[in-house]
Design a protein around this ligand. Structure first.
Ligand code: TLP
Length: 350
């Protein structure tokens, strides 16, 4: 039985073309600024976001952490959504590495309201309070179920930030999913943030890496932070080459993942005991509420294993399914038929 693996789009393997480009990549020592392939990737990413410059980093986490360390000093504060990846899944990096305090604000569908953020901004003139230095947004928002930030909401936050001399960073691990789903270009999103981190190794299928974009001055300082964190890589063109290919050729295909996620949401939602908000599935992530099945997450995972399906625990009663290049439309049908089989006869809690 073929294992159908929805744990994450990070599971995607490089394409044949990516492997060929890795083999043929023109390389140099990137710490000396001499890797032409890395440079090309950075220039392309900066251009796509409409920013002056960019920096190739090892991962989304490194991109975010380098950004926060570059924007903030010890004792300063960042406002971000309460379920943000930076807050939940980056090992308390801002506290551990930068002495930076995180101030969480609950959003709606992963999106911060400008009024709530305005209330959260500290009083600059009160010496008791930390200084608010940065607002972070996540697009798409992972834990909210791949939700897209509408560009006008981002613009509102950006205008508030400008008014209060605060910077804005976008965790755009899945920015291109937002671009494909909303029709808003990366450049339009880029206009309303000071820095952005985009992942090449999620739905875009490159094996490794992210790019951090921003102003020339910001990236020069970020390069120092990356080196300090051990992220200065040498002949990194070998991994930049598939990353560049990903930006050029793998964006449009995300539409297929979105279509498959929507279909899967409809199917899962029709199984007694499972609840999925189909309308909330805008991109390639869906959160399935299993509470009414009466099964614990572990017991549900056992059922999935029995069905040859894998998905991730995302908090009590919630299982995350992510669609990606290795999930076909047939796999979605097959998942439905297998899960309907193993979940038959459940006593559903009303
Ligand atoms: N997310 C991973 C896990 O860490 C949860 C996943 O499987 O979704 N920002 C966002 C919004 C992310 O979803 C992720 C990865 C990152 C940053 C970090 O990227 P990496 O894994 O490259 O460090």
């Amino acid at each position: 039985m073929k294992m159908i693996d929805f744990r994450s789009d990070t599971l995607t393997k490089p394409t044949e073309e990516m492997r060929r480009l890795m083999y043929e990549a023109e390389v140099g020592d990137d710490v000396y600024g001499e890797d032409p392939t890395v440079r090309r990737l950075e220039e392309r990413a900066a251009e796509m976001l409409g920013h002056e410059d960019a920096l190739f980093v090892t991962s989304g986490t490194q991109g975010n952490q380098v950004a926060l360390l570059t924007h903030c000093r010890v004792g300063e504060e960042i406002i971000l959504e309460a379920d943000a990846h930076i807050f939940l899944y980056e090992g308390a990096g801002p506290a551990a590495l930068g002495g930076i305090q995180l101030h969480t604000v609950a959003g709606t569908a992963g999106v911060l309201s400008v009024d709530d953020v305005r209330k959260a901004v500290r009083d600059e003139n009160d010496i008791h309070q930390p200084r608010t230095r940065l607002i972070c947004v996540e697009n798409t928002h992972n834990k909210a179920g791949g939700r897209v930030i509408p560009v006008e909401k981002l613009r509102e936050l950006y205008l508030l930030a400008r008014e209060r001399s605060i910077q804005v960073h976008m965790d755009g691990a899945r920015l291109f999913n937002a671009v494909v789903a909303s029709g808003t270009s990366a450049q339009e999103y880029g206009e309303y943030v000071d820095s952005a981190q985009i992942c090449l190794s999620k739905g875009l299928s490159a094996p490794i890496g992210s790019v951090l974009t921003g102003s020339k001055e910001f990236i020069t300082e970020a390069r120092r932070w990356r080196k300090r964190l051990g992220g200065g890589m040498r002949q990194a063109g070998v991994i930049a080459a598939p990353g560049l290919y990903a930006l050029e050729h793998m964006v449009d295909r995300l539409e297929d993942d979105h279509h498959n996620a929507k279909k899967l949401a409809q199917y899962l939602g029709s199984i007694p005991g499972l609840q999925v908000n189909v309308d909330a599935v805008e991109t390639n992530i869906l959160m399935c509420d299993i509470t009414a099945s009466g099964l614990s997450n572990d017991a549900f995972q056992e059922k999935l294993t029995e069905a040859g399906v894998r998905a991730s625990n995302f908090g009590e009663g919630i299982i995350r399914f992510v669609t990606h290049r290795h999930i076909t439309a047939e796999d979605v049908e097959e998942t439905y038929s297998r899960l309907s089989g193993v979940l038959k006869g459940l006593t559903v809690i009303k």
